[in-house]
Design a protein around this ligand. Structure first.
Ligand SMILES: [Fe+2]
Length: 461
């Protein structure tokens, strides 16, 4: 692992660098914020330890630079005290959105900083859980709602021990911890909380989301292979995993560890689609009733893979590129103003629309600095709004000039957008698309046909 340390206390920075080097980590020092940015630009670091009070480009400026240009880098932010954040008008809860993986308050020891840096292996920590059969008392806690992530109880693998502390929400910012990490799930306790409650959600700390993603990738792989679950359950599992993955990417950035997880997410999606014979019937009536933005990413990826399968594309590398391209096709929107991001396209002003149309290029800017992203994925992100007639953006490409994989994701993107916007099932959405001549002409007829095939049973084809 390569680490860059930027701290106004140069003696301390040198001490940390020496410590890391002795442990065979590649560590470098930047004397100030400007040098920090330059070094990040020139070299590939996986982790930056950045002090908020760094000079010649403040810590906040360097953070913004990393967030916009190198979001895959993990940032450990150090501050002299909690008060210092208040003085700088930085809200602790906003740090994750600013690209900070971990906050460290000074003074901290060499062991502490090492454990934080090594935290990158945290995501697979569930593999070393020691099961605990003795239930402790439930504990009521007051924690901000925004520190939690929720999943449906039925998506939790109750056969295994809890992979993280599990909570039930009582009211605003009030929770009760019902299981500790490692606890064997107790049926009576689950029944006590959920049998008469409408909310069937289990809450866990958002910091554990990477553990959930890693666990679910493994769990789905086993489930698909064993063929124990129904197709509908497999789709639900893939949806939950994908949505948590997208949330993690959009808050933490595409760092290398998350890239690896993304590959596994896509492989799992591919295996489910390839291995489920009754998927066409199930997907005819699919109804989306979750978070629209997250569902959009999942469904675009899902239908892109369905199309690729129906086009008889065999290369797993191609299908994985389509799946990942479908997942992160809109990642460039992260660089747009929040105001533009949250508005409907039809409600944007002329200026805002021009900004919005830059999102494919902005996505490429972000991805070009991510190691492990294939050129295929980059081209998908770049061209997913190009249309056959040359009336798309950003380059008004037409016909055969559009990259075939981008044509697939482009159609899936438009189709899923309509499905969520019109609140219709996939079959009705495709009917509406076919009857809209202007719209259907935007897409390659072969690819439209492949999408339609997704809803036809193999014996009906
Ligand atoms: Fe887009």
């Amino acid at each position: 692992m390569s680490i860059l340390i930027c701290d106004p206390d140069m003696a301390w920075a040198e001490k940390v660098r020496k410590h890391f080097t002795q442990l065979n980590l590649v560590a470098d020092i930047a004397n100030n914020g400007k040098e920090c940015q330059l070094k990040i630009y020139k070299n590939k670091y996986e982790c930056v330890i950045l002090d908020i009070d760094t000079i010649h480009h403040s810590g906040a400026e360097v953070l913004k630079f990393i967030r916009l240009n190198f979001p895959m880098i993990r940032v450990v932010l150090t501050v002299s005290s909690s008060k210092r954040l208040d003085e700088l008008l930085i809200v602790k809860e906003d740090l994750a959105n600013m690209g900070v993986s971990t906050l460290l308050i000074k003074p901290y020891g060499l062991d502490k900083i090492l454990s934080v840096v090594e935290e990158q292996n945290f995501h697979s920590s569930w593999k070393s859980i020691i099961e605990n059969d003795v239930l402790e008392e439930e504990v009521e806690v007051t924690v901000q709602d925004n520190e939690f992530t929720k999943i449906d109880l039925h998506l939790l693998s109750l056969e295994n021990a809890a992979i993280f502390d599990c909570y039930v929400r009582l009211t605003k910012n009030k929770y009760i911890k019902i299981f500790n990490r490692g606890d064997v799930f107790n049926k009576e306790r689950i029944a006590k909380h959920f049998s008469s409650s409408k909310d069937k959600s289990i809450y866990f700390k958002t910091k554990d989301r990477s553990v959930y993603i890693n666990f679910m990738n493994d769990f789905i792989l086993k489930t698909v292979k064993s063929n124990e679950a129904t197709t509908s359950k497999k789709v639900l599992l893939a949806k939950s995993l994908t949505e948590k993955y997208i949330e993690e990417v959009y808050t933490k950035g595409l760092h290398p560890q998350l890239m690896n997880e993304g590959k596994k997410v896509c492989e799992n999606m591919y295996d489910i689609i390839l291995g489920s014979k009754d998927l066409s019937i199930l997907m005819r009536d699919y109804r989306e009733n979750g978070n629209d933005d997250l569902a959009h990413c999942f469904l675009t990826s899902f239908f892109s893979v369905m199309i690729a399968k129906n086009l008889n594309w065999k290369s797993s590398r191609t299908i994985e590129a389509v799946a990942l391209g479908g997942l992160i096709h809109d990642i460039g929107k992260l660089k747009l103003d929040r105001k533009i991001r949250t508005k409907k396209v039809s409600e944007l002003t002329e200026f805002e629309l021009a900004q919005y149309k830059r999102h494919p290029e902005l996505g490429v800017d972000l991805l070009q600095n991510c190691s492990g992203i294939s050129e295929s994925v980059i081209q998908i992100v770049y061209q997913h709004h190009e249309y056959m007639g040359g009336d798309g953006f950003p380059n008004k490409l037409s016909g055969a000039k559009i990259y075939p994989l981008a044509k697939v994701v482009g159609l899936a993107n438009s189709f899923v957008h309509d499905m969520i916007e019109l609140n219709t099932n996939p079959l009705d959405t495709i009917k509406a698309l076919i009857s809209n001549r202007n719209k259907v002409l935007r897409f390659d007829p072969l690819i439209v046909k492949a999408l339609i095939s997704s809803f036809i049973k193999s014996e009906e084809k």
